[in-house]
Design a protein around this ligand. Structure first.
Ligand code: AIR
Length: 396
């Protein structure tokens, strides 16, 4: 057995502890990087982000290398200046990932990125971990699509294997007459296509799990998520489902973290059907929008937990301290939000809720762009939901 094999033989032997004072390099400098850097700075780490946008959200609270994500020279500079590397979005260029693995310490590895960048690989990995996904079929031609639609019935969902997010790269096929157009449209992405059976879910849930290189696993309480136009609108915690379902969702997320050998965070999105069955929809190997509630509502936030996990520190307690509803602030919500912020929030006082506004420092408030979020802490989630309704900021 070689030295390397011996080291790899026990997870504990391979675990490396990066102590505060060290510099964490982040591929990507958006809001997730910003919140990772803020939480990690409180632990005593330094941060440097690589992002093409000057004065990116993370660049405002950490150092920044301004360059494209596929710029190998810039990635090399990031490797030189950091003691450990992580990423805050999953579409990391494979060549850059490989180069960083070679030149630097990337505890999350490239395998997890490789798996979660591709829907088919991701589904197979989830199934291999013993967790259910919606029935699916790879489709390489219109004939195969026709056969798969006949098998699953309509509606069903055609998705690109790579590159889709926030509802992009998806087509809900509602009648057989849409098959040709759906195939032609998504086939332009020049990636594999996958047809999924449409799960008639009662609720959408998500659980964020963290795993350290030592193999310690912790899960955050399940969030109940409400999307509008395929973009996350609300995360409600505790999720309004039976305790049994909450525990089961956490158990499945822990199983996926273990099965995929995750280091860092894995966000697991699930569908809950009327008969109480859970199916995994998709994974994200990073902090997740549906975990922003943890910033004030849990003993440890997802961002702090991410830093702890990649640096090999003991993971923090994930207990929920208070009910909370997280509401996203998109570009179109900025004006009414800022208007309300000009006066004392009497609605919050009357309802006895404590809204915490977080803004990401993005310079352009584009329609549908994630600009910030509000964590509405309350004695119960109904009071938090009442505040959101009464502010009129999110009238749909
Ligand atoms: N992000 C990455 N994957 C999903 C999300 N939400 C975050 C990351 C990324 C930022 O969104 O933090 O850097 C990009 O936001 P925008 O508005 O510039 O497209």
């Amino acid at each position: 057995m070689s030295e390397a094999d011996k080291l790899g033989a026990g997870a504990a032997a391979a675990a490396k502890v990066i102590l505060p004072g060290a510099t964490v390099g982040i591929l990507g400098g958006g809001q997730l990087g910003r919140m990772i850097a803020n939480a990690g700075s409180a632990l005593g780490y330094r941060f440097i982000a690589l992002d093409p946008t000057p004065d990116a959200p993370c660049g405002q609270v950490a150092e920044q290398i301004i360059a494209g994500y596929d710029d190998r020279e810039a990635a090399r500079e990031l490797a030189d200046r950091a003691d450990v590397i992580t990423y805050e979005f999953e579409n990391v260029d494979a060549g850059v990932a490989a180069m960083l693995m070679e030149q630097s310490y990337v505890p999350q590895g490239s395998e997890l990125l490789y798996t979660t960048q591709h829907r088919l690989r991701e589904k197979r990995a989830i199934e291999a971990a013993g967790v259910r996904v919606a029935p699916y079929s790879e489709v390489a031609s219109k004939d195969e699509l026709r056969a798969a639609v006949a098998k699953f019935g309509v509606p069903c969902v055609l998705k690109t294997a790579t590159g889709g997010y926030d509802g992009k790269g998806q087509w809900v096929i509602r009648s057989e007459s849409e098959i040709d157009e759906a195939f032609d449209t998504l086939d332009r992405a020049q990636t594999q296509l996958v047809l999924e059976k449409f799960i008639r879910f009662d609720k959408e849930l998500s659980v964020i799990a963290a795993r350290s290189p030592q193999g310690e696993i912790r899960t955050f309480p399940a969030a109940e998520n409400i999307h509008v136009d395929n973009i996350l609108h609300l995360s409600i915690v505790p999720a309004r489902v039976e305790d049994r379902i909450q525990r089961e969702a956490e158990r499945l997320a822990a199983r996926i973290a273990e099965g995929l050998g995750v280091v860092g965070l894995i966000a697991v999105e699930l569908f809950l059907t009327a008969d109480g069955e859970l199916f995994v929809n998709e994974l994200a190997p990073r902090p997740h929008n549906s975990g922003h509630y943890t910033m004030e509502a849990c003993r440890t936030s997802q961002f702090e937990q991410h830093v702890r996990a990649v640096c090999g520190l003991p993971l923090g307690d994930t207990s929920l301290l208070t009910p909370v509803v997280m509401v996203n602030v998109l570009g179109e919500h900025m004006e009414p939000l800022l208007e309300r912020m000009a006066a004392v929030d009497e609605t919050a006082e009357r309802l006895g809720v404590a809204p915490k506004v977080h803004l990401y420092g993005k310079h352009e408030a584009k329609h549908k762009r994630k600009m910030g979020h509000v964590n509405v802490l309350a004695a119960d989630v109904d009071a938090a939901l009442a505040w959101i309704a009464e502010t009129n900021i999110w009238r749909v």
